[in-house]
Design a protein around this ligand. Structure first.
Ligand SMILES: Cc1cc2nc3c(=O)[nH]c(=O)nc-3n(C[C@H](O)[C@H](O)[C@H](O)COP(=O)(O)O)c2cc1C
Length: 175
């Protein structure tokens, strides 16, 4: 990756991974990227829970009814959560941190995908938030925004085609 533009062109969601684990240096760089995320009023409300245990990853993949399956085969997952009482921008702060993790993974040649947990439910109507809290001992006042599923990619994804961007979404001067 030569420059930031190159990175964003090549960053795609990867949902299939090889069995290879991340090395400690990769994990350090990913967590550093998360911890350097900008946050409203520099309150840094986020917490990051690193999960490598296969059985826990499997349970995390069942925290909501659909869309969390990639976590089961991940080498590692990072749960992003915060206490909403600590900052009224906690959703934005956790979102930026989640994306910062995705970009760092892409830069390292790793595959990753954002798995949404906030406002999601399992088949019994329990919130994904409650399920993840129970699984990882997260205090009740914290809310889980996302789980970032990470591994060495085991699928091909095409980079973005800058000739096919939705320029109609860009408005000059007024909507
Ligand atoms: C807020 C948000 C929630 C997402 N939730 C999920 C999810 O629960 N499961 C999943 O497989 N992908 C999820 N994704 C990944 C999107 O499906 C993906 O980013 C989108 O299809 C664009 O593809 P790309 O990331 O390869 O560019 C989510 C992405 C965002 C930004």
């Amino acid at each position: 990756m030569n420059c930031f533009h190159d990175l964003v062109i090549h960053r795609r969601s990867y949902r299939k991974y090889t069995d290879e684990l991340l090395n400690p240096e990769q994990v350090r760089l990913i967590l550093e990227a998360a911890l350097m995320s900008p946050a409203g009023k520099r309150k840094n409300p986020w917490h990051f829970i690193v999960v490598e245990d296969k059985a826990v990853l499997k349970s995390l993949s069942e925290a909501k009814e659909a869309g969390a399956a990639p976590i089961a085969d991940a080498a590692l997952a990072i749960v992003v959560c915060a206490n909403p009482e600590e900052s009224d921008t906690w959703v934005e702060d956790c979102s930026i941190a989640s994306h910062q993790i995705l970009l760092q993974c892409a830069d390292l040649g790793l595959g990753a995908v954002w798995i949404q947990m906030r406002n999601r439910y399992d088949a019994n109507g329990n919130t994904a938030n409650f399920n993840v809290q129970q699984l990882l001992g997260i205090p009740a006042e914290y809310e889980v925004l996302s789980v970032i599923s990470i591994g060495h990619p085991n699928e091909e994804r095409k980079p973005y085609d800058t000739d096919k961007l939705q320029w109609e979404k860009v408005h000059i001067g007024k909507f």
